[in-house]
Every structure is written in C-alpha cells, then in structure tokens.
Design a protein around this ligand. Structure first.
Ligand code: FES
Ligand code: FES
Length: 175
C-alpha cells in the first residue's frame, strides 16, 4: 500500500491505496464520487474525465498515486469550486447542457462537461469546429453531438457576458 494525499473538490483526503489503483477507482470506490463514471476503462470514451491541477484528464488513465499532492476536481465539485456559479448553484457549463438539451441518458455528461470547461478555459470563444475537435476524445452514444456543441457555444457566450459585466463593474468601482 502507498499513502497518498490530495485535495478533491476542495477537501483534503489521505488514504493508503494499492499502487495499481486507478484514479477513477479511488474517486468512486474510495471517496464515493460516483458522478465520475467508467464507460470503457481503456481511455477511449472520456466518461471518466476530471480535472487534475486544473487540466482535464481521463481518470482511468491515471494512477491514484500519480495524483498524490494534486488538486482534483470532479463533476460533483465543479459547481462548488466555480467562481462563476449561477444562482442555481450550477456551473455555467452545467446550466448550458441543461438549457440546450445536451444530454439524453447522461452517461457521457460528467466527462463531457469537465472536458468542455477545460476547452473554454483554453479558448474562451471556440468556433464550432474547435469545439468538435476539443471534445473528440469524449464519446456520446445518444445525442449526435449537435446539442452538446450548442451547449458549449451557449456556455462560452454566458461566460463572456459575465466577464464583460465583471470588467464593467470593476471599472465603475475604480472611478
Ligand atoms: S472510462 Fe476512462 S476513457 Fe472511458
Ligand atoms: S447522453 Fe447518453 S451517452 Fe451521451
């Protein structure tokens, strides 16, 4: 067993794990973070995507010991840690998927949202083709991707508006 410590969704956790434990296993079985799901276990589907030190990773492709000392954010922690949380308490990307009907069965949705948040962080105003390229590692069996792409476009618009409003408020405050 190996002792690991990390910050998961804003909480420090310390555990002894077998060295071969996958991060997704540790999150689900060790911490009860079942919002992160396993679709393939072979790094193909993206359903297990979480943020590791702010970047999206497929958590079935990372050992828990590799996340030692890191910040991990799962879909469950996304709203709580988002500075732009809406009144509903959801992250704007979660709101956008709901607003644009970006899910059907919802199995791919946690990973799709985590990947999309990372995409918007790197490219706040992505084109449709950039969105499609950005989520190409995340598979959805249900939606045909159209509404997922619309959701990411919607979220990028909402976040840009929020940033403009914040900037204007700061300018007024500075006067
Ligand atoms: S479960 Fe990790 S990529 Fe499919
Ligand atoms: S909504 Fe069912 S797999 Fe994507």
């Amino acid at each position: 067993m190996t002792r690991i410590s990390m910050n998961v969704d804003g909480m420090k956790v310390t555990d002894d794990v077998a060295p071969r434990t996958l991060l997704v296993q540790y999150l689900r079985e060790g911490l009860g973070k079942t919002g992160t799901v396993i679709g393939c276990d072979t790094s193909n589907c993206g359903a297990c995507t979480v943020h590791l030190d702010g970047d999206s990773v497929k958590s079935c492709n990372v050992l828990a010991v590799q996340a030692d000392g890191c910040e991990v954010t799962t879909i469950e922690g996304l709203a709580a840690t988002a500075t732009d949380s809406s009144e509903s308490g959801l992250h704007p990307m979660q709101e956008a998927f709901r607003e644009c009907h970006g899910l059907q069965c919802g199995f791919c949705t946690p990973g799709m949202i985590m990947q999309s948040v990372d995409l918007i962080k790197r490219n706040p105003q992505p084109s449709e083709s950039e969105i499609r390229e950005g989520i190409e590692g995340n598979l959805c069996r249900c939606t045909g991707y159209h509404n997922i792409v619309r959701a990411v476009q919607y979220a990028s618009g909402q976040l840009a508006t929020a940033a403009d409003t914040r900037g204007a408020t700061e300018e007024v405050d500075a006067l």
